[in-house]
Design a protein around this ligand. Structure first.
Ligand code: BES
Ligand code: MN
Ligand code: ZN
Length: 498
């Protein structure tokens, strides 16, 4: 997809479909008024007939408007003007792409970025348009024998702004928005792939591919290397599987060597059966998405590398299947983590924290500025926050505030849960340093409490994406979250003077 941004007026658009907004009830935006003037009242007439009220999630495609050079004009409903904030803007842009999808339109020129949006600047609007454009064209059909008849999607998006002073910031936002979307596409592809294809070995190959394209450093630890490091918890999860586990490390250097990196640790369980504590059959296929944390680390590194962001980032991905089998870990087994702490495995389905704890100990060697782990960790998080917000738990207030802010900026929200010591007791074991589960109560918090025992040496935040990484039902598929959040956080880090 091709993007451009320029200072332009509606009358100069030849080939493109011109997109302008209409507020409820029937109030024209400046760009719409301009079109109306050029067409001698045609737009007003159409609206007056009641063909478009300006309600959110509605649109009207017009052809061959008198006196206009462009073949098409799309009027998009913006909803109530007083309520026109970030989510209403996103809805209008999504409606635009949805409506234009099967119309034969290949080029469109947006005149939405000049409409004031509460609490958002022009760069934000441009970034959203770029991101949503790529998202609207996303398909996953690589596993179908015949790809669905090639629909002509949008090929070229031009964002028209009124003020030359906004051009430089707009161009930067445009490339960042596109990069985020490209990262999300990678994350979605990896999540959507079938689990017989997307194995730990496959993830390692993808990481090597990414490293080749963007000149990153890549290291893959094999099981024998993990044994040498004493990663008994990670290896305990891998025991039931015929697929070899991998610990993938990617290093992106956008700044001097002395600059401490942000380390991203992504849960990479390429299929979670629960192990001996086997999950029920219903919807178990969705446990192919249990590597979404890993996929978001790869997607974020892609986005960051695509725009050569001046920041150092390390990605660490513990990758394994969680399978039952003759040599699988059993409830009651006690394992020794890389940190030396022992763990009684009371439920083999609480495997995410077992692989993460060793990866988090491994992260110490990078002398991190901050460590953020991303994991589809607990069903309890889906109950607590649904599919809207990602769960956030952290041992550092500044880091959690920075992530909350980045989430708001990216429209990829997080909500903080408490990580108080009062919850630590629930992890008591009679036989080892700790148990790997804390019972049904506060499941998301106790999972984070478990991880906090391995992250004492640095600033750390945990993102539980169990409710936000993918959609179920008819629209089943990866969402690409939280790549927008993580990339925005890293952009903010790059911009911060230090
Ligand atoms: N991958 C699952 C968490 C999950 C479940 C994410 C459903 C999204 C939807 C994780 O490994 C798991 O099984 N967690 C258990 C922990 C429990 C045994 C303490 C859970 O949430 O039930
Ligand atoms: Mn599990
Ligand atoms: Zn899992």
């Amino acid at each position: 997809m091709e993007f451009g941004i320029k200072v332009a007026t509606t009358d100069k658009q030849r080939s493109a479909c011109v997109v302008v907004g209409i507020f409820e009830s029937k109030k024209m935006t400046d760009a719409a008024k301009e079109l109306d003037r050029l067409s001698k009242g045609y737009i007003k007439e159409i609206i007056g007939q009641g063909d478009l009220e300006g309600k959110a999630n509605t649109a009207l495609l017009l052809h061959k408007i008198p006196n206009l050079q462009s073949k098409r004009v799309l009027l998009v409903g913006l909803g109530k003007e007083q309520e026109f904030g970030g989510s209403a803007f996103i809805a209008a842009v999504q409606t635009t792409f949805r409506t234009l999808q099967n119309t034969g339109t290949t080029d469109c020129a947006f005149f939405l970025s000049d409409i004031p949006v509460q609490k958002r600047d022009n760069a934000w609007k441009v970034m959203q348009i770029a991101k949503l454009a790529v998202e609207s064209n996303y398909r996953f059909d690589q596993l179908k024998s015949k790809p669905e008849a090639d629909k002509k999607g949008l090929r070229k998006i031009t964002i028209c702004i009124g003020n030359r002073a906004d051009l430089a910031a707009g161009e930067e936002a445009l490339s960042q928005g596109a990069a985020i979307a490209h990262g999300m596409s990678l994350t979605k592809d990896l999540g959507n792939l079938a689990p017989n294809i997307c194995t730990p070995t496959y993830l390692a190959e993808q990481a090597k591919e990414l490293a080749k394209v963007y000149k990153l450093k890549v290291t893959v630890l094999e099981e024998k290397d993990m044994e040498k490091q004493g990663m008994g918890a990670l290896l305990a999860v891998a025991r039931g599987s015929h697929q070899p586990a991998k610990l993938i490390v990617l290093e992106y250097q956008g700044k001097g060597k002395k600059e401490k990196p942000v380390v991203l640790v992504g849960k990479g369980v390429t299929f979670d059966t629960g192990g001996i504590s086997l999950k029920p059959a219903a919807d178990m296929d969705e446990m192919k998405y249990d590597m979404s944390g890993a996929a978001s680390v790869l997607g974020t590194l892609k986005a960051v590398a695509e725009v050569s962001l001046p920041v150092n980032v390390v990605g660490i991905i513990p990758a394994t299947e969680n399978m039952p089998g003759g040599s699988a870990t059993k409830p009651g087994d006690v394992v020794t983590s890389m940190s030396g702490q022992t763990i009684e495995v009371l439920n083999t389905d609480a495997e995410g924290r077992l692989i993460l704890c060793d990866a988090l100990t491994y992260a110490e060697r990078f002398n991190p500025k901050a460590v953020i782990d991303i994991a589809t960790l607990t069903g309890a998080c889906v109950i607590a926050l649904g599919h809207v917000a990602t769960g956030l738990l952290s041992n550092n207030e500044a880091l959690s505030q920075a992530l909350i802010k980045a989430g708001e900026q990216a429209a990829d929200q997080v909500w903080q849960l408490p990580l108080w010591d009062d919850y630590q007791d629930l992890l008591k074991s009679n036989f080892a340093d700790m148990a790997n589960i804390g019972g049904r109560a506060a499941g998301t918090v106790t999972a984070a409490c478990f991880l906090s025992r391995f992250t004492k040496k640095y600033h750390w935040a945990h993102l539980d994406i169990a409710g936000t990484a993918w959609k179920s039902g008819k629209e089943k598929g990866s969402t690409g979250r939280p790549v927008p959040l993580l990339t925005n956080y890293l952009i903010a880090q790059a911009n911060a003077k230090n």
